[in-house]
Design a protein around this ligand. Sequence first.
Ligand code: GLN
Length: 213
Amino acid sequence: MFRKCLRASVSPAADGNKEFMKIGVLALQGDFLEHKVILQKLGVETIEVRLPKDLAGLSGLIIPGGESTTIGKLAVAFGLMEPLRHFAREFPVWGTCAGAIFLSQNAKKEQPLLKMMDITVERNAFGAQVDSFEADLDIDELKKATGTDDPFRAVFIRAPIIESVRGNARVLSRLADGRIVAAIEGHLLATSFHPELTKDTRFHQYFLSLCKK
Ligand code: GLN
């Protein structure tokens, strides 16, 4: 735990005790700014990652929602595929929506994927943009990590379903009808929905708790 925190320590601790972490947000396309705003609200230094060198010194990385084919193509063009895989082997990475697709092993169609999580996703499983919706999710692990009891209001926009999880990947959350919308595999996290589009910061807090381990 301390190795990563110390390695990532970049600012003198203003209050003496606060642990400082640098968290990256992949900033090739999509809603990376919204993630940045929440992380900053939580007092975490954030770095926009566009090139392999930007990964240096980070304690974790968020891959935002957007368009997974575009994020994949740009990651290939910027020489990021192998550096991202290397990073994800050692440090926590969280993919939201398109980011979850990009982390997956299988999206059932040909497109650049990191293939770091043993999950199969189905893109646009709920239909088009107009079929976007919100749902309350009861996520035990999130409640435990944040010491709260309220459900998490999740925003789904042209969202994928996590069709199956295998190996070390396990289900974190399902919709009421049983479809999987969040999964975790070690320090890798995938959510079909967009916690960065709500005021609830608990999912980001949960991810930060993984980065401190
Ligand atoms: N439908 C998009 C894709 O397949 C993901 C949408 C999103 O990130 N909100 O990449």
